[in-house]
Design a protein around this ligand. Structure first.
Ligand code: NAP
Ligand code: MG
Length: 398
């Protein structure tokens, strides 16, 4: 008897090696146990080009309708890819398009296994990083300034000047930059963080630099702390804490911590710190990612890309040892959430069982090649498996 589903998952297929893994994961780890219901969207680059990228938007709208999606890694085309795939245009990043439509916050969390040691030995639990992915330096305007120039920040309403601030009077060459954010976006980021923390039972740390940036970061801080007040009672009930601190203090606290924290970051801090955290925990193949929208839509994926280098080997007929763990966890995250929303405990329990089986196979010393150099466990000699062998080992354990 397979486990029944009620509402379909929105399935967003992707590209290259991860597309291959996608098929194997479904075949070996999911279809034998679950009467899988999905609404399928092919976000592979070929299909995106055929549909003039309409398929990406359609998939995001479907995610909005159903509430839970699972996404495979996809190519964000550049000039090389345009030639390789004879594209009609350089389509935008699918993740960017989906994020714009769902207006979400991205949470990244490492998957910890016995034997895989983080570079920071005190990190016993995952640090989940939430990056506010709107505005700041990513949509700044900037210019070079010349000697003798005075640069102003001017605001107008209906053509009439409302304020004028001198940025700098240059007595030599220099540069200037202006950036923005919106209260609405910061507020929705804060709500997503609080909701995620309550879902996962994590304390929250949010940091900015409001001592230096009194207006910009000051407002940012006020909004996030204000949103927390709406959740204070729920946090207290769960025994969870919320801390605002300066970004440099947050970095120091994080290194000294044992993990088990949701770290809410401004855009640039999140960009830089997510790479630091991912690397310090070990491998990109062990980092999951979920986009949570303010109205409660969840889109699960692996944090890594399509693993092009492995795909070329695969096309040449070689077996590859690409790590499928983050993609397995994208599926389990989505199935567990679907089970929770639809009141299907058997589905959620299956997802958790599959996660435990995956982690224990690695703990027992069977893993893909990327993890071998990271593995240290007394009395266990790690064995390298090809992707499909690894998936079969997990199925056996399951
Ligand atoms: P990548 O696919 O993440 O791979 C970079 C390297 O990291 C790989 O060559 C591999 O190292 C290692 N790696 C990543 N995931 C792995 C896994 N699961 N198992 C084993 N090793 C893994 O990044 P990329 O090569 O820069 O990008 C490839 C394509 O992915 C690009 O077209 C990009 O647009 C796209 N991309 C998509 C997403 C997304 O959809 N979320 C995110 C990032 C990139 P070794 O080669 O040393 O084994
Ligand atoms: Mg980065």
């Amino acid at each position: 008897m397979k486990i029944e589903m009620r509402t379909p998952l929105v399935e967003m297929d992707g590209d290259e090696m991860t597309r291959v893994l996608w098929g194997w994961i479904k075949e070996i780890l999911i279809a034998p146990y679950v009467a899988l219901k999905t609404e399928y969207y092919d976000l592979g680059l070929v299909r995106r080009d055929e549909t003039e990228d309409a398929v990406t938007e359609q998939s995001a709208l479907a995610a909005k309708r159903y509430g839970v999606a699972v996404k495979c890694a996809t190519i964000t085309p550049n000039e090389e890819r345009r030639k390789e795939y004879s594209l009609k245009r350089l389509w935008k990043s699918p993740n960017g398009t989906i994020r714009r439509i769902l207006d979400g916050t991205v949470f990244r969390a490492p998957i910890l296994c016995e034997g895989i040691r983080p570079y920071i030995p005190t990190w016993k639990k995952p640090i989940v990083l939430a990056r506010h992915a709107y505005g700041d330096v990513y949509s700044a305007v900037e210019a070079l300034a010349g000697e003798g120039e005075e640069v102003y920040l001017v605001s107008e309403r209906e053509g009439k000047e409302t304020s004028r601030l001198l940025v700098h009077g240059f007595d030599g060459a220099g540069m200037v930059q202006a950036m923005h954010n919106t209260e609405r976006s910061v507020r929705s980021f804060a709500h997503a963080c609080m909701r995620y923390a309550l879902d996962e039972g994590l304390p929250v740390m949010f940091a900015a630099k409001d001592t230096v940036s009194k207006v910009y970061d000051g407002r940012f801080k006020e909004i996030v702390c204000g949103v927390f007040e709406e959740y204070r009672a729920a946090f207290e009930e769960r025994g969870l804490t919320f801390l605002y601190t300066l970004i440099d203090d947050a970095v120091a606290r994080m290194v000294r911590s044992e993990g088990g924290i949701l770290w809410a970051c401004k855009n640039y801090d999140g960009d830089v710190m997510s790479d630091m955290v991912a690397t310090a925990y070990g491998s990109l193949g062990m980092m999951t990612s979920v986009l949570v929208s303010p109205d409660g839509v969840y889109e699960y994926e692996a944090a890594h890309g399509t693993v092009t280098r492995h795909y070329r080997k695969y096309l040449a007929g070689e077996e590859t040892s690409t790590n499928p763990v983050a993609t397995i966890f994208a599926w389990t995250g989505a199935l567990a959430k679907r089970g929770e929303l639809d009141g299907l405990p058997a589905l959620t329990a299956f997802a958790k069982r599959l996660e435990r089986a995956t982690i224990s196979v690695i703990g027992e010393g069977r893993m893909t090649g990327d993890l071998i150099p990271l593995f240290r466990r007394e009395g266990v000699q790690p064995v390298k498996l090809e992707s499909r062998e690894f998936l079969r080992a997990v199925a056996e354990r399951l």
